[in-house]
Design a protein. Structure first.
Length: 236
């Protein structure tokens, strides 16, 4: 996205008062916002218009936010998705990230916090700081085959489908094996910003990637407290 372009946001929120407040504040900040009150109308709107970012409530009528996000991801793997939810359980956050959410904000929240999180994705769109992934083919990670373009990680008798964010993080690890990657480096490479809120999200993604890597028991992601992470192969 270029500086001259207006960021177009799809907001799906069934609370009319909250929806109006969010829409009004985002438009005051210079964004173009289309507000939908249920999941079905949100999906139809997404299919008929082009957006740069989606903000989805979880508890929606007709089609819940998780199902809506899955439908959006089936059509567009790249568009950032932020969940708005009253749910704070770890299982719900993990489910959201597994579907392909980029961020997760729990109600009640301040508009300043939401605007800061949106700004992360704006900066990421404008930033030249990104993972070089042109013409990347299959990558061997220990005994696993990582197919970055098709978002799959395959072991001897099992294959996992990754989200785009999981694939980007795993690609970064595979390109820097046996090297400690600082947290801020991972955040800038994958999200385009070293942001406190995204730092919490990163830990959830690392946890999921660790589970995938269990297909090869020689692979480990080591946590260096407050510093970063290292992908290591104990067979080497």
């Amino acid at each position: 996205m270029r500086n001259s372009e207006v960021l177009k946001i799809l907001l799906v929120e069934d609370d009319p008062n909250l929806g109006f407040v969010i829409k009004d504040n985002l438009e005051d900040a210079g964004y173009m916002v289309i507000l939908c009150a249920d999941g079905e109308s949100g999906l139809k709107t997404f299919q008929n218009k082009k957006f740069n970012l989606c903000i989805l409530d979880i508890m929606l009528p007709k089609k819940d936010g998780f199902s809506l996000a899955e439908s959006i991801r089936a059509r567009n793997e790249q568009i950032p998705i932020i969940f708005l939810t009253a749910k704070s359980m770890k299982e719900d956050r993990i489910k959201g990230f597994k579907i392909g959410a980029d961020d997760y904000i729990t109600k009640p929240f301040s508009m300043e916090e939401l605007l800061l999180r949106i700004n992360v994705f704006v900066k990421r769109s404008l930033s030249d700081y990104s993972i070089p992934n042109n013409e990347i083919e299959e990558v061997k990670i220990g005994r696993l085959v990582f197919d970055y373009p098709n978002l799959t990680l395959t072991g001897i008798d099992h294959s996992e489908k990754l989200t785009r964010k999981e694939a980007e993080i795993l690609l970064l690890f595979s390109q820097n094996k046996e090297t400690v990657l600082k947290r801020e480096h991972i955040l800038k490479s994958v999200w385009g910003e070293n942001d406190y809120f995204l730092g919490r999200s990163l830990d959830v993604f690392i946890s999921r990637i660790r589970k995938y890597l269990k297909m090869d028991p020689t692979l480990r992601i080591i946590n260096y407290h407050k510093v970063g992470f290292k992908l290591t192969d104990q067979e080497q």
